[in-house]
Design a protein around this ligand. Structure first.
Ligand SMILES: [Fe+2]
Length: 290
């Protein structure tokens, strides 16, 4: 039992060391405590551990755990309130090693997929954002269609890949449970039914794209969707606030071919308190900034 416990402690301490290494600043006391613990641990003889030793170790781990949790909560809060400046998206590090998902996904794929492809989406999104900013500044919107497409394509690429890395884990698999499982059973009948539907949808995506399990806040239910390529001019992982229907059925009877006239007039009837309401609700939902 001691051996297993010490192995678990060792693994946890390594994780804490990694976290502190990445964080670099403001970790003085924690770093000292961690180093002392590691030193103490390397000096002990596992076979001759007394109950008092174990008790002492548990106490120190408890304190370290408490302090690390506080620090990471602080980090998370400050990260949640940060926003990404225009053109400053960054490639999030993979949350595990390149080979961690083997044999399901090879290290070679992970490296290429993350370092090259995801990086290209980040770069493309940054460029599109900067070019759209330039269009606003110079009042030259002649290429707006192109940059909107780029923003959708690369933005969806960046957000979906970020999500993709995070919803996989070397310790993954098994079944969902708790409230998620309940919702799955409510909306699909069973987890098996969801799995079948999701797999079939993924296999049937025409060309390239994604299969997605999504939450529909209005219908309050889960839905499975396909996304061909990955955007069709949307950025997945965003929430619409203000929308304007420019299908012909929305204006043709009155404006005929004058879509521009319809669009310009439309601003006179926007219900801003409702947009504000949607913004207030939507901005409460915060993921890690990237
Ligand atoms: Fe991809």
């Amino acid at each position: 039992m001691n051996k297993q416990y010490l192995e678990d402690v060792e693994e946890w301490l390594r994780g804490v060391a990694n976290y502190l290494d990445k964080r670099q600043d403001g970790t003085g006391d924690l770093r000292d405590e961690l180093d002392q613990l590691l030193e103490w641990k390397s000096g002990i003889n596992e076979e001759e551990l007394s109950a008092t030793d174990i008790e002492q170790l548990q106490q120190r781990i408890h304190i370290l755990h408490h302090n690390v949790t506080k620090l990471s909560q602080k980090d998370q809060e400050s990260n949640l309130n940060k926003s990404v400046p225009i053109g400053k998206h960054t490639l999030p590090p993979l949350p595990y090693a390149y080979n961690a998902l083997e044999p399901v996904i090879s290290a070679e794929i992970m490296k290429l997929h993350h370092d090259k492809h995801h990086q290209a989406y980040v770069d493309g999104l940054n460029k599109a954002e900067l070019m759209m900013q330039k269009a606003r500044e110079t009042n030259d919107f002649s290429l707006i269609k192109h940059w909107e497409r780029e923003a959708a394509f690369h933005g969806s690429g960046h957000y979906l890949h970020t999500l993709f890395w995070e919803i996989m884990s070397p310790k993954g698999g098994g079944n969902p449970n708790g409230s998620l499982l309940k919702q799955i059973e409510h909306d699909f009948g069973s987890f098996e039914a969801l799995k079948k539907h999701f797999s079939e949808a993924a296999k049937a995506v025409e060309g390239v794209g994604w299969a997605l399990l999504v939450w529909a806040p209005r219908a309050k239910k889960l839905e499975i969707l396909q996304s061909e390529r990955h955007m069709n001019l949307t950025q997945w992982d965003t929430i619409p606030l203000l929308v304007l229907d420019v299908w012909e059925h929305a204006y043709y009877l009155q404006y005929k071919t004058n879509r521009a006239g319809y669009v310009d007039n439309w601003w006179r009837i926007v219900n801003w308190p409702e947009v504000q309401y949607r913004f207030d609700k939507a901005s409460q939902l915060t993921w890690k900034t990237q």
